[in-house]
Design a protein around this ligand. Sequence first.
Ligand code: HEM
Ligand code: HEM
Length: 288
Amino acid sequence: MASVPNNRFTQDEARRDADHVSFLKYRRYRWLWIAVILSIITALGYAFIDQDPRPNGGSWYGYTLGTIGLGLIVWLSLLGVRKRRISEGQWSLKAWTSAHVYLGLALIVVGTLHTGFHSITWNVHWLAYFLMLLVIFSGAYGLYVYAKLPTTLSAGRREMTRGDMLEELSTTDRQLDAAAQPLDREQADLVIAALGQDIFSGGAFGRLTGAYPGCKTARALSGFDENGSDTEQRVHRLLSQRADQLGLIRRNLRTKALLEVWLFIHIPATIALLAALLVHVLSVFYYW
Ligand code: HEM
Ligand code: HEM
């Protein structure tokens, strides 16, 4: 019988996982199909329409692809605005996000065909192109962490909010404080250092990698013998409990950091892309 709750746990996790990126399956992958069809039609056009003297952004077909690409990019950029206005129905946020992902990926095809596979030169046209790829790949990475998030948060544990985790930690800290009273100076200092450590320190590096090499709790733990005196054993047990609780909080912080960090690329790169495209379009019209 003991396996029943476990099974439910796994099922719950699976459901939450699916829910988190369920927009991908919106209306039986409607937007995936639209994106695939758009890619096929534009690729067939590229293969069969005679572009004189050779395929490039300046032929009529090149202009068509460029215009579709620009239209898509402007529309995709509006997701930020749309996200802040919630509604249900045909154009729910779910539909928007689904379309966002698939049409965003289709841009790889449309944008690349538009360039006519000219050799890469370092100018504003190619800057626009690479910014577009940067936005797309950062988006794909964001999607990946979205899909990973729920499992990492509840790995092997019951569901806990960050508040619950901090509360458990402060209970352990009170017990540690009391248990450490009989210790000699040197060992007491180790415990005091662990208790005095700011659990949110470690900087961006610690948050993103989950590595905290200077962790004072880990250092204190190594100063106690788990087979030593009663006091030592008790402090050792409480310190390792503290290390586990810190580990959980840090995993939680790491997941949150990973979930946000890509947006620091996705959003600024979108703005840079729009600026580069404006210059690209103005410059081609200027030299026309
Ligand atoms: C998805 C958005 C777009 C991207 C990423 C993009 C990028 C590029 C790139 C990389 C080239 C090749 C430059 C070269 O051969 O060295 C190019 C060419 C060109 N693009 Fe775009 N473009 C986009 C949208 C547009 C739009 C909306 C227009 C005009 C309405 C446009 C007009 C042109 C023209 C006329 C060329 C040919 C320039 C030449 O051969 O010198 N593009 N584009
Ligand atoms: C050039 C194409 C793209 C542009 C211009 C673009 C732009 C944006 C913008 C402006 C946001 C709103 C961010 C915010 O305000 O929080 C956003 C969100 C997002 N984008 Fe993109 N994006 C593009 C392509 C992609 C691609 C290809 C993917 C995935 C494969 C993707 C995945 C996402 C995700 C998952 C979000 C967050 C949605 C949410 O928070 O609910 N994007 N994008």
